[in-house]
Design a protein around this ligand. Structure first.
Ligand code: HPA
Length: 247
């Protein structure tokens, strides 16, 4: 099957709206179960594959997502370009709640996750270039598509991937800021590197749900507010991706 675009939906995006003639695919992988069925359908006359990263009922926390199975499953059904949609906290001034950001760098603070397809017995050990963790041409196309849809999009920024599922302490965010992180999220890695290992084009569409811990003067971060901002930011996703499948 040939897939024009694959989308991995994060928190708040469990189904892709308006997929025509949709079919569900339960893909068996050598790495175990993906987060759920891949739904393939028509979007603006093109074929789009959608997978909910946390499962359709948000049953998988970030550290329990089988990133290898997800990425492998998408490749196996014919995906070549993948957009990871990720909820994030904002650190940089221009990345407040509801901002839409297409990052160009990342720093990985996660631990204990399976980060490579080389990690199985007998697999050939391959070292890959990861200087630019997101595919530059796909990133550019995504920024252009968002701008064409009239969305205020921030082009570039550094995504810091944390372990979760808890949010970070103020001190952790202060350290991440010193490290050069502009955004913080829990699911950006190892998804990006696994896509690279399989030779997929991959870019991240980051939706800011809240200011990260300690960035603004607030006693605590409201989880209800996170989901409200996320719902608003998520509403723009189909319009942004429309430009991408059209291009
Ligand atoms: N930290 C980590 N992940 C997140 C956040 C945050 O503040 N908000 C949404 N996802």
């Amino acid at each position: 099957m040939s897939i024009d675009l694959a989308v991995i939906g994060g928190s708040g995006l469990y189904q892709f709206p308006d997929l025509g003639n949709a079919s569900r695919h339960a893909v068996d992988t050598p790495y175990g179960k993906a987060s759920g069925d891949i739904v393939v359908g028509e979007f603006r006359g093109k074929r789009l594959a959608f997978l909910a990263r946390h499962g359709e009922g948000h049953s998988l926390p970030p550290h329990r997502v089988n990133y290898r199975a997800n990425v492998w499953a998408l490749k196996s059904i014919g995906a070549g370009r993948v957009i990871g949609v990720n909820a994030v906290g904002g650190i940089r001034d221009d990345m407040g709640p509801r901002a839409v950001v297409v990052p160009d760098q990342l720093i990985d603070y996660t631990h204990g996750r399976l980060t490579s397809f080389c990690d199985v017995e007998g697999a050939e050990v391959r070292h890959i270039d990861f200087s630019d963790p997101y595919t530059p041409s796909l990133r550019k196309a995504l920024v252009a598509a968002a701008a064409a849809a009239g969305i205020d999009v921030v082009d570039g920024g550094c995504y810091g991937a944390t372990q979760g599922p808890r949010l970070e302490t103020r001190a952790e965010i202060a350290r991440m800021r010193r490290d050069g992180c502009d955004l913080v999220g829990m699911t950006g890695m190892p998804e990006a590197v696994l896509a690279r290992e399989l030779g997929l084009e991959y870019a991240c569409l980051a939706l800011v749900a809240n200011w990260a811990a300690g960035v603004v003067d607030e006693d605590e971060i409201s989880i209800e507010e996170i989901f409200a901002h996320l719902a608003a930011a998520t509403a723009a996703v189909p319009a942004i991706l429309a430009g991408l499948v059209d291009s």
